[in-house]
Design a protein around this ligand. Structure first.
Ligand SMILES: NC(=O)c1ccc[n+]([C@@H]2O[C@H](COP(=O)([O-])OP(=O)(O)OC[C@H]3O[C@@H](n4cnc5c(N)ncnc54)[C@H](O)[C@@H]3O)[C@@H](O)[C@H]2O)c1
Length: 327
């Protein structure tokens, strides 16, 4: 089953589907269509599907003219009908992973998309989860569901995790030139996922398992959340000591090694940074471990956001007026 897929990737005859056409899925679908694949974008939102089919982009990273050009090639098409998965060789799942009110992970969108894939799973299919989630989701949630069809992973079908790193609005890095991590359930799964993304993305970095790939994404976003928490606390400390935190950061940033500039502010950078680390801390709680850095950073960032919105302190004025202070 592996070789035919590899040949289809090499000849661009592989039929690709992307499930979830948001900030991640729509650019990903366009990236594959741009390099010559036939791509079907699937979403449960009829309005998005209609807009996309008319070439009207609702995602800033994809212009309507780009979408229209791709539609003219007939290499891209959008639908709400999951039956198309019967004809698809490689499917990428890009659905939301929010938090519940209790701040526990809500993987209901992943489960629902997995059910749709399961219904149409067939020999020779490559399935990739891209949604950010806690380590073990691919092998403990997707794998048992898909193998319940009687098909065997690594033999009949292939399953991998590949985190999305898109940075909406970044003029320098888009899907095609942001290195992509891939980790499969078996070595054959990793190899296929690597070949698949390698056809459209400049650099693909394979890792030893889906769990490692899931953890890579959470390290990246936890790193940011914790460092923003640290610099927010430094801002509070500086205010108490009557020191200008901005002068301190600017001076520290002249060190050419061993320091990375993070800026204090009430915003944490889109909706991912405040959410994703909780996926990791939730998973650790199920293993009787408290992820203290994550919890502390969340607490400080929350405190900072509330304090800077309520107080009329010099800190708040600086945070609000200096450009680039929301990260
Ligand atoms: N936005 C970012 O900057 C970013 C960056 C990296 C990773 N991520 C991660 O990527 C994933 C997707 O994020 P996003 O920002 O693209 O979300 P989004 O909300 O912009 O888009 C998700 C899309 O999935 C659709 N959807 C929901 N359930 C579905 C289902 N069962 N079948 C088909 N479509 C379904 C929704 O209608 C929506 O259009 C999340 O896990 C997110 O954490 C996002």
């Amino acid at each position: 089953m592996q070789r035919p897929l590899q040949e289809k990737i090499a000849t661009r005859s592989l039929r690709v589907a992307v499930i979830g056409l948001g900030y991640v899925g729509l650019p990903l679908a366009a990236t594959f269509a741009e390099v010559g694949f036939h791509v079907t974008g699937i979403d449960i939102d009829q309005q998005k599907v209609d807009l996309a089919n008319r070439g009207e982009s609702y995602i800033p990273d994809i212009s309507s003219s780009t979408l229209q050009k791709l539609l003219e090639t007939k290499r891209i098409y959008f639908t709400t009908d999951f039956a198309i998965l019967n004809d698809i060789d490689a499917v990428s799942i890009c659905v939301p992973t929010p938090l519940r009110k209790t701040r526990d992970p809500d993987i209901s969108y992943i489960i629902s998309a997995t059910q749709q894939v399961k219904e149409h799973l067939h020999p020779g299919q490559l399935v990739i989860l891209e949604s950010t989630t806690y380590p073990s989701t691919t092998d403990e949630v997707l794998l048992p569901e898909l193998e319940a069809t009687g098909l065997k992973v690594g033999v009949d079908f292939f399953l991998a995790f590949s985190p999305e790193r898109i940075d909406p609005g970044n003029p320098d890095f888009a899907t095609h030139n942001t290195p992509k991590i891939v980790g499969g359930i078996t070595p054959a799964c990793t190899e296929l996922a690597q070949a698949f993304y390698g056809a459209a993305i400049e650099k693909v970095v394979p890792v030893s398992s889906a769990r490692v790939a899931e953890m890579v994404k959470l390290l990246e976003n936890t790193f940011r959340a914790v460092n923003i928490g640290l610099v927010n606390e430094i801002a509070i400390i500086c205010e108490k000591l009557s020191i200008d935190v901005w002068e301190v950061i600017d001076a520290a940033a002249t060190k050419p090694f061993g320091f990375m500039r993070f800026l204090p502010g009430p915003g944490l950078g889109g909706h991912c940074i405040p959410v994703d680390p909780h996926y990791l801390s939730w998973k650790l709680k199920t293993l009787d471990y408290t992820a203290r850095f994550i919890e502390l950073a969340a607490e400080i960032n929350y405190y900072f956001a509330v304090a800077s919105s309520q107080s009329a302190s010099p800190l708040q004025r600086r945070v609000c007026t200096i450009p680039g202070t929301t990260q």
